[in-house]
Design a protein around this ligand. Structure first.
Ligand code: HEC
Length: 177
């Protein structure tokens, strides 16, 4: 099985990913063996790609939200009390920030979460996020129809930012204590 081992370890090479072995001059008895080796190499390649998929999706939580919001329930609130001002995000709202403002701005890596309990419901049905990456806020909002459902993307980007411009003086964040 030396050939198999040789093929498995560098199996990120194109040959392994096509699930082929070089056409070695194999004797009759070796042919069955070769088939098995191909199977092993193929399995290894599949296993490796499965690992890659897991790594890529590990950043999304089971509830559909990104991993970087984890812990928001324990972050300090930047609103004094739950509020329900009318507007684009209507319902009962709370705003949590992962980091404190330094002077006039929030540091890189800050995540601000606004939870929204929509009118007539008793669970967080909308989840709006601002996340500061390289000095710029990224805006994304998710929604779910029931407390057990996964969150799905509702809106993001420029649409959000165009309105948050109004809060520019407070680093684009409307809510303050
Ligand atoms: C038409 C204006 C408007 C648009 C569009 C808008 N927001 Fe907001 N957003 C507000 C206002 C006003 C607040 C202050 C709290 C409140 O009244 O709900 C706010 C609050 C927030 C907060 C809490 C931090 C803060 O600024 O107070 C987050 C997070 C947030 N919005 C994310 C988003 C995302 C993500 C989008 C786009 C999907 C978005 N917003 C679109 C007006 C807007």
């Amino acid at each position: 099985m030396d050939i198999a081992n040789e093929e498995v370890s560098p199996s990120r090479s194109p040959r392994a990913s096509r699930c082929e072995l070089p056409n070695l001059p194999l004797s009759g008895t070796m042919r069955g063996m070769r088939a098995r080796i191909v199977a092993v190499v193929c399995l290894a390649a599949v296993a490796l790609s499965a690992v890659a998929v897991v790594t890529a999706t590990a950043k999304t939580r089971r509830d559909g939200l990104p991993a970087y919001v984890t812990g928001w329930e324990r972050w300090p609130k930047i609103n004094r009390k739950p509020f329900s001002t009318p507007g684009p995000h209507s319902g009962v709202k709370n705003v949590y920030a992962s980091k404190q403002k330094r002077g006039a701005t929030y540091p890189n890596g800050t995540v601000i979460v606004k939870t929204i309990i929509k009118p007539g419901t008793r669970f967080v049905g909308q989840f709006a996020v601002m996340r500061k990456v390289n000095g710029r806020w990224q805006y994304i909002e998710w929604e779910r129809p029931s407390p057990r459902a996964r969150y799905a993307l509702l809106a993001k980007g420029q649409l959000c930012q165009s309105c948050h411009m109004q809060a520019r003086a407070n680093d684009y964040v409307f809510t303050k204590r």
